[in-house]
Design a binder for this molecule. Structure first.
Ligand SMILES: Cc1ncc(COP(=O)(O)O)c(C=O)c1O
Length: 399
């Protein structure tokens, strides 16, 4: 069935953080950022596409019923079954239903794991450039310590610095590794060997491995995401977090899952997290997404592939100095403007003010090395993407 990803849908006045950005955080509008009805926002990792029709129909059935009382996955066996079936079909990974718990967002689940399994001041390893929210989550919310094991930038292809990673895992007081898989914003889909090696090192030094796999369903054609639970011979020190949020563009429904094979770890986590249940909309949406949304997801990935190719081609032609590598997963590209020889502030000003396009500064995802980088989210209709790129190229042409 063909899906219309080219359709431009007006998202203003729909409570969207992306489209009402300044209302959400007025302070983020600095002197170098414009915001008006012509701004193209590409900073938040949600998509400007309508959800799969089956999913909309499922939520419409819930809405039409008119009563939205307490709901529970305990009374709807298809919920856990849909997740288990999804992992079996898409990832050839067998999950026991009892391993799975509902979470109202990946970040809340990671925070709970940090607070439950570590003490204030303990070290939490992450691999920058990585999802910027990990910093506030670890330092400000959970009051733990960020330990950065930086990825090595090999001409835009990012690799683990194994020596550094092992050294940091071995250091006393470092208790958890948060893996971003696939990696936002650098676009890596980790190989079986890389995942096995990360797991082995974490086990050796008794670290808890939390795999944030929220982007797992968004990969380029030919790439295969491997769930951490499949990659490891012994996943007993691992927690996998994933969900329908990113894959089916439902972040507002706050519907993720935490998957923990080890009974003891799971028991402690679920007790700390407490009994949380999805809304009737999230419950119906998850079942529809996993049972009926596969075809849409494949079409989405094909569209994203073309958006990424379009962006790369455009940049090659119009801004050849900007370095970018074709990501293996996610709908983000990590653009390196450093070869232009401009300051970070100038790059920001050209994009956010002159071009009136809102991306995300590299420093958000890499406070030590992100200067001159920008993250661009290309999950939007091609015409809008083209307009944004034309404006950006125009702004830099006026140097
Ligand atoms: C790697 C990563 N983890 C977590 C999140 C947030 O997920 P949630 O809305 O489920 O908390 C995002 C959102 O962009 C993300 O990119």
């Amino acid at each position: 069935m063909p899906y219309d990803f080219d359709r431009i849908i007006d998202r203003r006045r729909t409570y969207s953080i992306k489209w009402e950005g300044p209302a959400y955080v007025p302070a983020i509008i600095g002197p170098n950022t414009r915001w008006n009805h012509e701004t193209i926002p590409m900073m938040v990792a949600d998509m400007d596409f309508a959800c799969p029709p089956a999913l909309i129909a499922a939520m419409r059935r819930v809405a039409d019923h008119g009563i939205y009382g307490y709901t529970s996955i305990a009374v709807e066996p298809r919920y856990l079954q849909a997740i288990a079936d999804w992992y079996q079909r898409r990832y050839d990974t067998e999950l026991r239903k009892r391993w799975i718990a509902y979470a109202d967002g990946s970040i809340t689940a990671i925070r709970c794991a940090l607070e439950t399994f570590t003490n204030p001041g303990d070290g939490v390893i992450i691999m920058p450039p990585v999802y910027g929210h990990f910093w506030d989550l670890i330092q400000d919310d959970a009051r733990r310590r960020v330990v950065a094991s930086r990825l090595i930038n090999d001409k835009g292809y990012y690799r683990v610095d194994w020596e550094d990673f092992e050294k940091k895992c071995a250091a006393p007081g470092n208790r958890v590794f948060i893996l971003c898989s696939p990696a936002n914003p650098v676009g890596r889909v980790w190989t079986a060997e890389e995942l096995a090696r990360m797991g082995e090192i974490c086990r050796k030094y008794r670290l808890l491995l939390i795999a944030d796999e929220i982007h797992s369903d968004i990969v380029r054609q030919g790439m295969v995401h491997i769930p951490i639970l499949k990659a490891l011979d012994d996943p007993s020190n691992s927690i996998l977090i994933s969900g329908i949020n990113k894959s089916f563009n439902l972040a507002g429904l706050r519907c993720s899952q935490v998957i923990i094979p080890d009974a003891q770890l799971r028991g402690v986590f679920t007790k700390a997290y407490g009994r949380r249940e999805p809304t009737p909309f999230a419950l119906a949406a998850l079942i529809a997404a996993y049972d009926e949304g596969e075809d849409w997801l494949d079409a989405l990935n094909a569209y994203l592939d073309r958006n990424i190719d379009f962006t790369l081609e455009f940049l090659r032609g119009q801004l050849p100095q900007v370095k970018v590598w074709r990501p293996e997963g996610t709908y983000m590209l990590w653009l390196d403007f450093n070869p232009l020889g401009l300051s970070d502030e100038e790059v920001h000003r050209k994009i956010y003010w002159d071009a009136n396009v809102w991306l995300q500064d590299g420093l958000v995802h890499d406070p030590d090395g992100g200067r001159g980088f920008q993250r661009i989210c290309v999950a939007l209709p091609r015409k809008m993407l083209e307009e944004a790129l034309v404006r950006i190229a125009g702004a830099f042409r006026r140097i």
